[in-house]
Design a binder for this molecule. Structure first.
Ligand code: SAH
Ligand code: SF4
Ligand code: F3S
Length: 472
C-alpha cells in the first residue's frame, strides 16, 4: 500500500454476469489495493463504486441501469456532505454502450471495457480531474502483461478455491451472442504466465483452481520457446503443482472438445468429473441458424466418449428456448436431447434479442408467452434430472472441499467433485480442507452430509447414449 497521510479511499466493486467478470473484479480489487484503496462490501461510504457489468441478456443489462439509479441518489447525498464519490461502469455493458451510458446515466464518471482495467489508476486520475472518461479498446495482451504480478491475487486468496482466466474473447459469433463484440477476438495467455499465477495461488492456500475462458477449450497458448500448448497440455502441467488438489475448467464449446481433452478426463486424477458443455438447442436447423457449427448427434457422440473416459462424469449445459423461428417440434428435440443425456445441472434461458447480433434482426421472433411456456417445461425436466443426480449420490462418501461457512452454526459448506453444493456438520477448523463426507440427504439443489473416515465411491447407473432419433 502506498503511504499517505490521509485515511485510505474506499472502493466498492460489484460483479454481474459470468465468472470471467468475477475474476476481473478480483484483479481490479488487487490493483486498487496496491494503489492504497480499502475494498469495502457496500456502496454507502465508497469513494469509488465500480459496476462490472454483463450484457448477455436484456435483463442483465437493465439491472445495471436500476443500480445506477440508486447510486445516483447515493452520490447526491454524499455531495451534500462534501464528498464526491466516483461511479465507474466496467465490463460488457460498458464495452457495448460506451458513451451512450453517460447519456443515459449522467451520474456515471467512467466507462471502460473488459480489456483496459489495468489502466484504472490513470483513468481514475482523469475522472478525478473532472473528465468523463470513456475507454473501450481491446489491448488484451497488454491487460495481462500490465497487471501487478507480485500483487495479483492479494485480495482474493483468502479462499480455498480460485478462478484463473487463461483465455479471453471469442471468434465463434453465435448469432444470438454479444460476447465476440464485448470481449473481442480470441486470445490465449502464455502457459508460463498461467503456471506462475497458479503457483502463487497454491502458495497462498488455494487447493482448487477453475480455469476460465469464454471458449476455454479453444485455448492455444504459446510458450517462450514458441511452442503451442492446448488445454490438455496445460491441465497436465498444472496437475504437477504440489498442493493443488482439484482442477476444473469452464466454458467449453462442443467444436473444440478434442479426443485429447476427453482422454484428459480419464488420465488426470485431479481434473474433477464435471463438464459444462453447452448445446443450446437439440434441433439441427436451430443449431445451424445459431451458427454453432455442430449437430445434436455430434454433441451426443461427445457425451458417449466422455462417459466412456470418465463414467461418473457430471454433465452440465446451457440452453436457449425460443430462438427466432424455433417450432414446437424443434423445442421438443431439445427435450429429447436432455432426456438422452441426463444432466447433473444446467442453465436455461429465454432467447433475448441483443442489439447488433444477427438473430435480433430476424422477423421470426417467438412470442413471449411461448418462450415462457417452453422454458417452464425445460426447467421442470432439468430440475428433475438434477434431483435424480443428487439422489444418486445419497449414502456415498465423497471428498468435499469445505470452502465456506455453512448455513448454520456448526456447519461448513463445500463442493463435491461433481460440483454439488453440500452442507456438512463440521468444525470451523476444517475450513479450507478436503474431507471425506458421507452424503446423508439429497435435496433438489444441494446435499447434506457428515464427516466420514472411509471412501465409498458413487456408482452411477450406466447411461446409454443413443445417437439416432434426436434431431427434428
Ligand atoms: N461461451 C459460452 C457461453 C457464453 S454466454 C458458450 O459458447 O457456450 C452463457 C450462456 O448465455 C450461453 O451459453 C447461452 O445459453 C446464454 N445466452 C447467450 N446469449 C443469449 C441471448 N441472446 N439470449 C438468451 N441466452 C443467451
Ligand atoms: Fe457466445 Fe457462441 Fe462465443 Fe459462446 S461460442 S461466447 S455463445 S459467440
Ligand atoms: Fe456477460 Fe460479458 Fe460474461 S456479456 S456473460 S459478463 S463475457
Amino acid at each position: 500500500m502506498k503511504p499517505t497521510g490521509r485515511p485510505p479511499e474506499k472502493a466498492y466493486i460489484r460483479s454481474y454476469g459470468c465468472q470471467m467478470n468475477v475474476y476481473d473484479s478480483e484483479r481490479m480489487a488487487d490493483l486498487l489495493a496496491s494503489e492504497g484503496y480499502e475494498i469495502i462490501d457496500a456502496p454507502g461510504d465508497a469513494d469509488l463504486v465500480i459496476l462490472n457489468t454483463c450484457h448477455i441478456r436484456e435483463k442483465a443489462a437493465e439491472k445495471v441501469y436500476s443500480e445506477l439509479g440508486r447510486l445516483r441518489i447515493n452520490k447526491e447525498r454524499a455531495r451534500a456532505e462534501g464528498r464526491n464519490p466516483l461511479i465507474a461502469v466496467a465490463g460488457c455493458v460498458a464495452q457495448a454502450e460506451g458513451e451512450e451510458m453517460i447519456r443515459r446515466a449522467p451520474a456515471v464518471d467512467l466507462v471502460f471495457g473488459p480489456q483496459v482495467y489495468h489502466r484504472l489508476p490513470r483513468l481514475l486520475a482523469r475522472a478525478r480531474a473532472g473528465e468523463k472518461v470513456i475507454e473501450t479498446e481491446f489491448p488484451t495482451e497488454e491487460k495481462f502483461d500490465a497487471l501487478p504480478n507480485d500483487r495479483r491475487s492479494v485480495t482474493s486468496t483468502r479462499a480455498a478455491t480460485a478462478f484463473l482466466t487463461i483465455q479471453e474473447g471469442c471468434d465463434k459469433f453465435c448469432t444470438f451472442c454479444v460476447v465476440p463484440y464485448t470481449r473481442g477476438a480470441e486470445f490465449s495467455r502464455s502457459p508460463e504466465e498461467i503456471l506462475d499465477e497458479a503457483h502463487r495461488l497454491v502458495a497462498a492456500g488455494v487447493s482448487e483452481i477453475t480455469l476460465l475462458g469464454q471458449n476455454v477449450n479453444a485455448f492455444h497458448g504459446v510458450d517462450g520457446a514458441g511452442r503451442g500448448h492446448d488445454l490438455p497440455d496445460l491441465l497436465k502441467a498444472l496437475a504437477g503443482i504440489d498442493g493443488l488438489a482439484r482442477l476444473r475448467y469452464t466454458t467449453s464449446h462442443p467444436r473444440d472438445m478434442t479426443q485429447k481433452l476427453v482422454a484428459a478426463h480419464r488420465d488426470i486424477e485431479i481434473l474433477m468429473p464435471y463438464l459444462h458443455l453447452p448445446i443450446q438447442s437439440g434441433a439441427d436447423r436451430i443449431l445451424d441458424a445459431m451458427n454453432r457449427k455442430h449437430t445434436a448427434a455430434e454433441y451426443l457422440a461427445i457425451m458417449a466418449d466422455i462417459r466412456a473416459a470418465r463414467p461418473d462424469i457430471a454433465i452440465s449445459s446451457d440452453f436457449i428456448v425460443g430462438f427466432p423461428g424455433e417450432t414446437d417440434a424443434e423445442f421438443e428435440a431439445t427435450l429429447r436431447v436432455v432426456e438422452t443425456v441426463g444432466y447433473a445441472q444446467a442453465y436455461s434461458f429465454k432467447y433475448s434479442p441483443r442489439p447488433g447480433t444477427p438473430a435480433a434482426d430476424s422477423n421470426e421472433q417467438v412470442p413471449e408467452p411461448v418462450k415462457a411456456e417452453r422454458l417452464a417445461r425445460l426447467q421442470a425436466l432439468l430440475e428433475g434430472q438434477q434431483f435424480a443426480f443428487n439422489r444418486a449420490t445419497e449414502t456415498a462418501i465423497l471428498p468435499v472441499l469445505l470452502d465456506r461457512a455453512g448455513r448454520k452454526d456448526g456447519q461448513l459448506a463445500g463442493r463435491t467433485p461433481y460440483l454439488q453444493a453440500i452442507q456438512v456438520e463440521a468444525p470451523v477448523a476444517l475450513l479450507g480442507t478436503i474431507q471425506q463426507v458421507r452424503v446423508t440427504k439429497a435435496g433438489p439443489h444441494s446435499l447434506f452430509g457428515s464427516l466420514a473416515d472411509n471412501t465409498v465411491p458413487v456408482k452411477f447407473e450406466a447411461r446409454t447414449v443413443q445417437l439416432e432419433g434426436v434431431t427434428s
